[in-house]
Design a protein around this ligand. Structure first.
Ligand code: NAD
Length: 499
């Protein structure tokens, strides 16, 4: 059985804590590897190595750092299929979707090739007599990232690419559910020319996370995961004086206006609701058709589409629309929520609860579920289900419809489908949610923009990747210089002004 340790100081090392977790193939239920769970002492050892390595890396000119990212991008292309099939085997998502996971991370690496530009400061000549003023962005030192299971390639790259291109060294604590791809990414960064110790992967659970949060050397922590843990990480990390940004759960609504193309809207809902078995923070989990007629027609179009979705292991190739969920516990939780929806009076018009796949009886499969006539007070509406379940909540008017996402505790993503520019403009301006789509169901911003939710989907300042990413992993220093030609004689006792 494969034993996955850590990646420290440029190489794979075995775990020393004696604690491990099983890694499963979610389609078969088989244990495929054991992953080490680091002790606090192991984390501290990695941090000491990262701290040393950062001195040389931070002093390396930004263009040379960018060249490592450039090489990394080409290695990602070279190993794309290998990365994607390992990702599918541990996560369960289809092979094309796994490739998408790698590609969306690769795009952040591409963006980081522009690090020399992002690190540029500002300059004012002649701010006063003989005085020039300039500001520069400098790396923080050692930064850390704690990432979830659902994008084991993309989200680690959101974090370490930006931090490292900015001159920091990095500790990545990936999800213990699918740790292989993050380890492979670290090896590729090394092959691309990254010096030993700049990127370290420390596998683990709460013990490693707490050690990161309490470590006095780590300056910044970027977290992505569920809201309860995001809030915990934010509170504990900031209490120990760190810069922390945490991105949490979601409940993304899509409004469908009466003038929308309903075939397009139904296709978009099925893709965004059931892709990756709904295990995406940008999945659409609530559809809000506006008006009785829109709702009836939409349901009529959704039912056959949802019923014909193909569920299976990634090894079945194109015959599969989505795979299993991550663990048996996740499956039980999702089924429990679906049962609660039935008990609380929603209409389960497509019921995937009894889905079984011959030969894969131990896999964590759930068939697609579609609810109609759900209401705000139901658990299926209030909670993030994170499974293949789409919930339709009918609204009489646009005003009723917009209030639903506005009042929901989460604020990650949302979308509106309409042909009317005025309505789309009103929606995009008023909605209190971080990422908004107009006729786009999963409005995930590209690498050179920034990604982040509002309300209980995001804690802390600044978004991920894009210009915000560089701001998060750097700090600004401002220098004021005066040369003798501008120096007046005698001491000055009042605050200097340019008056
Ligand atoms: P999770 O919160 O269980 O785990 C995330 C990370 O936190 C993992 O590295 C895990 O090891 C660690 N962790 C788990 N329990 C912990 C504890 N008690 N103390 C300290 N650390 C702990 O999340 P998950 O199940 O891996 O991922 C799914 C969640 O992530 C969903 O809620 C999803 O919406 C969210 N997510 C959000 C975004 C976003 O950008 N907003 C993106 C992807 C996923």
């Amino acid at each position: 059985m494969e034993e996955i340790g850590h990646f420290i100081n440029g190489k794979r090392v075995a775990g020393k804590s004696g604690r491990t977790a099983d890694v499963f193939n979610p389609a078969t239920g088989e244990v495929t590897a054991k992953v080490a769970l680091a002790s606090a002492a192991e984390l501290q050892e990695a941090v000491a190595i990262a701290e040393k390595a950062q001195i040389g890396w931070g002093a390396t000119n930004p263009q040379r750092r960018a060249r490592v990212m450039m090489k990394f991008v080409s290695l990602l292309h070279r190993d794309m299929d290998k990365l994607a099939s390992k990702l599918s085997a541990e996560h369960g998502k289809t092979f094309p979707d796994a490739k998408g996971d790698v590609i969306r991370g690769l795009e952040v690496a591409e963006f980081c090739i522009g690090a020399p530009h992002m690190m540029k400061g500002e300059y004012t000549e002649g701010a006063g007599p003989g005085i020039d003023m300039y500001s520069m962005r400098q790396p923080l030192g050692v930064a850390a990232g704690i990432t979830p299971f659902n994008f084991p390639a993309m989200i680690p790259m959101w974090k370490f690419c930006v931090a490292i291109a900015a001159g920091n060294s990095f500790i990545l604590k990936p999800s213990e559910r699918d740790p292989s791809v993050p380890m492979m990414l670290a090896e590729l960064m090394q092959e691309a020319g990254l010096p030993d110790g700049v990127l370290n992967v420390v596998n683990g659970d709460k013990e490693a996370v707490d050690a990161i949060l309490d470590d006095p050397i780590i300056q910044a922590v970027g977290f992505v995961g569920s809201t309860a843990i995001a809030e915990y990480v934010y509170t504990r990390g900031t209490a120990s004086g760190k810069r922390v940004q945490c991105f949490g759960g979601a409940k993304n609504h899509m409004l469908i206006m009466p003038d929308a193309d309903l075939d397009q809207a139904a296709d978009a809902l099925v893709g965004a609701g059931f892709g990756a078995a709904g295990e995406r923070c940008m999945a659409i989990s609530v559809a809000v058709p506006v008006g009785q007629e829109t709702a009836d027609r939409l349901i009529e179009k959704l039912i056959p589409r949802v019923e014909s979705l193909k569920v299976g292991p990634y090894t079945a190739g194109d015959d599969v629309d989505f795979g299993p969920v991550i663990t048996p516990q996740a499956r039980e939780r999702i089924l429990g929520l679906v049962n609660s929806g039935v008990e609380q009076g929603a209409n389960l018009v497509v019921d995937g609860r009894d889905f079984k796949l011959q030969g894969y009886e131990n896999g964590n499969f759930i068939g697609p579920c579609l609810f109609d006539n759900a209401t705000k007070d139901m658990d299926i509406y209030k909670e993030e289900i994170f499974g293949p379940v789409l919930t339709v909540v009918r609204a009489a008017t646009y005003e009723d419809a917009i209030q639903l996402p506005m009042e929901h505790e989460y604020g990650n993503g949302t979308a509106i489908f309409t042909r009317d520019g005025d309505t789309a403009r009103d929606f995009t301006n008023r909605i209190n949610i971080g990422m908004v789509g107009v006729n786009v169901p999963i409005p995930v911003p590209l690498a050179y923009h920034t990604f982040g939710g509002w309300k209980r989907s995001g804690f802390g300042d600044l978004n991920q990747h894009g210009p915000d990413g560089f701001k998060f992993y750097t700090r600004t220093k401002t220098v004021t210089s005066r040369w003798p030609s501008g120096v007046k004689e005698g001491a000055e006792f009042s605050i200097p002004t340019m008056g």
